[in-house]
Write a protein that binds this ligand. Structure first.
Ligand code: THU
Length: 127
């Protein structure tokens, strides 16, 4: 896991966050072992901003790799940042039990998505 957090620290400056100045990096690891990177990308219209996690998930899915295993969220802060509600729902679409690793410069917290988003809305028969 440390290697993935290290990659996140290396890419965080790709974040485009001129409005909030809050940079986020995300790494998605799929069951095949491949990794996909993401950063938050803001927009002058604010509402079109996309979180780092969703960028990484959409990159994986658009490459045909839907089996999400782990999602790292890295911020250069003292406390780790948990994924926003929208990102939880998007990750749950592909794996409601994904491992979510929230890392900051001082701490790492690991939780299952099923703990962060219990009783998830799903149209899939069973998971
Ligand atoms: N942000 C993320 O990238 N991921 C999250 O889970 C929380 C919020 C970004 C969106 C916005 O660019 C900035 O953080 C401040 O909300």
């Amino acid at each position: 896991m440390e290697d993935l957090v290290k990659i996140a620290t290396n890419i965080i400056d790709r974040a485009y966050a001129p409005y909030s100045k809050f940079k986020v990096a995300s790494i998605v690891k799929t069951k095949s072992g491949k990794i996909y990177t993401g950063v938050n990308i803001e927009n002058a219209s604010y509402g079109l901003t996309i979180c780092a996690e969703r960028v990484a998930v959409f990159k994986a899915v658009s490459e045909g790799d839907r089996d999400i295993d782990t999602v790292i969220i890295y911020t250069d802060t003292d406390e780790p940042t948990p994924p926003c509600g929208a990102c939880r729902q998007v990750i749950a679409e592909f794996n409601p039990n994904a491992l979510i690793v929230m890392a900051s410069r001082k701490k790492v917290i690991t939780q299952r998505l099923s703990e962060l988003l219990p009783n998830v809305f799903s149209l899939k028969p069973s998971q």
